[in-house]
Design a protein around this ligand. Structure first.
Ligand SMILES: *Cc1c(COP(=O)(O)O)cnc(C)c1O
Length: 235
């Protein structure tokens, strides 16, 4: 068994164990393998080991790998910072975008989504740490953005995403995840539309995220190892 296949098994076990502790069904939690910074052959190996959803943060890097992997069936999630000049590539090549934080970007994605493809699944990225420098919209601004996104024809609003500040204490890890869950519940009620996705939890805090209701965990290092490539740091 390759390291990647072995690591995938370990992560799946962590997810199942955390789900059991939270009295949740493990099959309600999607494992997103974050392959940014790793070569196409690592994705191919993970795909062979049964992994279907892959997360990328840099558009050019992702497109180059997709071109090498045209022969595999995979679901592609864009999870990085998104500039206006890259929205077309993302609208054309990805199935999901987790990192929508501005209406202008959402409007471009909807306009540029090719008509033959299903609507692009999107999450609003929320800044749960209150640090000005961190990516994501403030929680108070999320309802207005969500309402505007619901009016866009080629996007399907699925829920919320967050990248909290790093914490090693498990209770401290849970706090921003609990806040995101409350925000999702409030939004679902306000919009009278169920939003089904909480994209939260990474290699070091997936257990805390699952205890607070994560439906997608985004795992890079624990599957693929340390990111070797330049430009591969977390945003
Ligand atoms: C890199 C990245 C991850 C994965 O982080 P790991 O700590 O390697 O698991 C998850 N989410 C986002 C948005 C990232 O950029």
């Amino acid at each position: 068994m390759t390291d990647i296949a072995h690591n995938l098994e370990t992560v799946r076990t962590r997810i199942a164990t955390a789900a059991r502790a939270a009295e949740r069904d493990p099959s309600a939690i999607t494992l997103l393998a974050v392959s940014k910074g790793h070569p196409a052959h690592a994705i191919r190996t993970a795909r062979r080991a049964g992994q279907q959803a892959f997360g990328e943060s840099y558009v050019q890097e992702a497109l180059a790998k997709m071109a090498e992997l045209v022969d595999i069936q995979a679901q592609w999630h864009f999870i990085g910072p998104l500039q206006s000049n890259k929205t077309k590539d993302v609208a054309e090549h990805f199935d999901w975008v987790h990192s929508v934080e501005r209406l202008k970007i959402a409007e471009r994605l909807s306009r540029q989504r090719p008509p033959q493809l299903p609507p692009l699944n999107v999450c609003i990225q929320v800044n749960s740490s209150g640090e000005i420098s961190k990516a994501g919209i403030g929680p108070a601004q999320a309802p207005e953005l969500a309402r505007a996104i619901l009016a866009l024809p080629n996007l399907r609003l699925r829920g919320l995403m967050t990248i909290p500040a790093r914490e090693s204490d498990p209770d401290a890890q849970r706090r921003p995840f609990a806040q995101l869950r409350c925000l999702l519940d409030e939004l679902s009620a306000q919009l009278s539309r169920p939003l089904d996705t909480l994209s939260m939890g990474m290699s070091d805090d997936l257990e805390a995220a699952i205890l607070e209701g994560a439906t997608v965990v985004r795992i890079g290092t624990a599957i693929f190892g340390a990111r070797p490539r330049q430009g591969a740091g977390a945003p």
